[in-house]
Design a protein around this ligand. Sequence first.
Ligand code: SF4
Length: 465
Amino acid sequence: MATPPPLPARSAPAPARRAGTVSLISLGCPRTLVDSELYLGRLQRVGFQVVDAVEGSDTVLINTCSFIQESIQESIDTILRAVALKKQGKVKAVVVGGCLVQRFKQQLIAELPDVDGFVGVDGFEDIETVVQRALHGEHPESLRSRPRLPHRGGRVARTPLTPAHYAYLKISEGCLKGCSFCVIPKIKGPLSSRPLEAVVEEARQLVEERGARELIVVGQDTSDYGVDLYRRPRTPELLGRLARIAGLRWIRLLYCHPRGISDELIQAIRDEPVVCKYLDMAIEHADDAVLARMNRGITQAVLRERIGALRAEIPGIALRTSIIVGFPGETDPAFERLLAFLREARFERLGAFTYSHEEGSAAFRFPDQVPDAVKQERFDRLMRLQQEIAAAVNARAVGRTCEVLVDEPDPVDPRQFVGRTRADCPEVDGVVYVRSRAPLAPGTFVPVRITDSYEYDLVGHVVEA
Ligand code: SF4
């Protein structure tokens, strides 16, 4: 493994009592970010000071991802960087948590003896002990075979890792679907929903105490929320309850399996003004034979019908999806059928990935693996198509006035600010560059007249009162 580049830095307020300083690197998805906030919340509560820079901190806590090979490599590189710093005496202890630990427990312990502590995806209740014992050279491990969902109710100690005005709200862990390319159920276990009252209570806390104006609802599959606890999906009802929280302006629903897009859910998104007319619904593919091999439990015809229902019931809705190209057995005609479907569906937002051959997934044993060069060629063709669609979608916004949530001053051009419309999720979608006579504080909502567009981003100016 190559010598890794220097580690990133971060920031948080300092508590009075000192149990040591801790820095954190959160890798992977927003669901892991929520876990990271929980880890820090618990550590701060017992007197740890959360610090910016990794170098010089007593403990560096790395919350890892292991969804696909690329994220596994990034996690390992990050751990090796931290271990290198420890050998240079720039940190005292390295503690590793998250999905990489859950997936490769014993292997990691054997191959990374310089790591001082390991904690699995459900180690919330142990994090203080693990860090304290790691600092005392006891090499603690907190690993359970079956993940348990934390904080089923009551107050939640989370240290913000996002700007104050938006926060992720995790409503469940694990998944019941069993897609053949996916190892998440092996890492996170079957679906485990949080009680509805606990979710609403946490949401209220995030709005009233943290100042969140936008809540982004996450889970592995948010369309199935409640099926395990209440024997029926309660996502529509949850959206309705969240929409009643005073001070909350935007609710955004991510990670919705298309199979779970019921008419009730469509109505809830349509009828609740606070719910963004935006839906993240990963289809992964659109060719029936490939969908069947992926065990997605859905056909192209049903996808077409659900997308049609969403667009008919909620005109102007922005649909985000994600696609895997190069799945075992994906033929040229199957790929052409996928492209044809994307030309027709015209997703406003799309992320694509080349198939990752994951040990432990059902597809790992499938014949007809697609060569990497073919995967890459298909990925490039698909992204070229999506750039055309995205540019056309954005061009339609020129001349309109949109509500924009300001995220930050533009780091490049001090005369402007960076924000998002209801159709833009943080970190994954485009932004709006906003010109304004007056300075705009992060978390401010402003009416912006769109004057220009690019493939993924928009440009505009504040409509002065
Ligand atoms: S729905 Fe998502 S998390 Fe669940 S198995 Fe499929 S890809 Fe994995």
